[in-house]
Design a protein around this ligand. Sequence first.
Ligand code: C2O
Length: 534
Amino acid sequence: AAIVEHTFNVGGMNISQLCTDTVIYTANEQLPGPTIEATEGDTVVVHVVNDSPYPLSIHWHGIFQLLSGWADGAHMITDCSVQPSGNFTYQFNVTAQEGTLWWHAHSSLLRATIYGALIIKPRNGTDGYPFPAPYGEIPILLGEWWNKNVNDVEIDAHLTGLGQDISDALTLNGLPGDQTPCTGAGIYGVEVEYNKTYLLRIINAAVNVELFFKVAGHNFTVVAIDASYTDPYATDTIVITPGQTVDALMTTSAPPGRYYMAANVFDSKTVPFRFNTGTATGIVKYEDAPDDDATATMPTMPSHEDVVTAGNFYWSLTGLVRPSDPPVPKTVDHDMVVEFGVDQAPCAVEQTKCQGFALVAFMNRNSFQFPRNASLLKALYDGVQGRVYSEDFPSSPPPLPGIRRATSVKRLNYGDVVEVVLQSRVYSSVLGAENHPIHLHGFNFFVLAQGLGRFDPRANSTYNLVNPQVRNTVAVPAGGWAVIRFTANNPGMWFMHCHLDAHLPLGLAMVFEVLDGPAPNLLPPPPVDYPKCY
Ligand code: C2O
């Protein structure tokens, strides 16, 4: 196993995009940021130097962080963020996982521009893939772009109480493409050879939108999601919610030419609301095709409301079961129901632009509050939990109305098996519901079942205990449910939250506190340069 070492200098950079000059914060002046490529079993070392004016944490989305929870990079959950002019070296092993993951800032809205791919190759190279070795690999990072400073977007959202402004463009590998109001916006292009199979590593790094992705004239075979192999699944449309990744094979057997790749918003909201109606584009160019983009074919994108296409994709995938994979645990130690959604709340005094009502979000009526004086992990390690958080996150929705704002966690013992019915609810007829991408740090989970409406406990006879999807982020259907199961075999503080960034400051989150196991499963002390508050 090797050491894969990077330095990320995070700072401001001038950029002109959508005919607007602005300053954005990036790692190493790259958008998307540097790709980290490792082999299963390697150690990844990233020196983060914060030359931005904002506190910064970087999260390695989907990495297990086995006994390295200090490096999880969740602001105020696992560290207090690297302060301006500070630095921190994140170090972790990428063991027992492979495929496409990604990294992103996990403090304020910085992840809009501070993100990149994190690719873990099998130990024995491309022979390790459970599918024929692809001829080439093409990373596709889908994102969102604001003309305004994203930190101001977040501040405004708080002052109005009404959530974040919609983005000004969708992006594909950092560029909006040529279907935007501003011409010359920049377009990503990739050259391919005829009749070869390529592996597309697709990442939804967008901040607040689910996406459809297509390539004109081409079909896909999905082979992995969230760095977990799937049974091969044929489709012409990829559906992907923020936080997720999809690995798909694409064979270049179309008549040699130029083909658009395109991404547009899948809008799952049950109540009409504004959303970004743009399309991000890129170009797939066959090697002998003419150089003129005007000859490129555009794919027919699904309509923004196409829940059928989205549901087919999300619900049809099954996990590829290999002998080395951990089986679905058959007995459960904690049976939880977590109901969540967004509701209307009275304006707070500091919300000076608030008119009528503000948004609030919660899980089991607990609106998650970030601690201020210590990260949860440091408090756990130092044995000062009671001063920083409470261990009373309810295992089922409390009967009483009312919303509690608290830093509340669910305590688990090492090795406990947890099943959670994630139930999306409509709390306000004005706001309705939408798909919420629920992401769990530190673990993959099995998705045993999904459904619309209210979960019925009799659905447990339909659980897929044989070859369920294995994910770290699930798009819980609007007003519907998903059942997940995981084994808490890693001590630490593990965030579970909605990956729509607009919902995080509103409180759509909770934390699993996993106590130490018997030695040698003990969490080691924090690294010397660990960003602590005290
Ligand atoms: Cu990709 Cu807690 O995030």
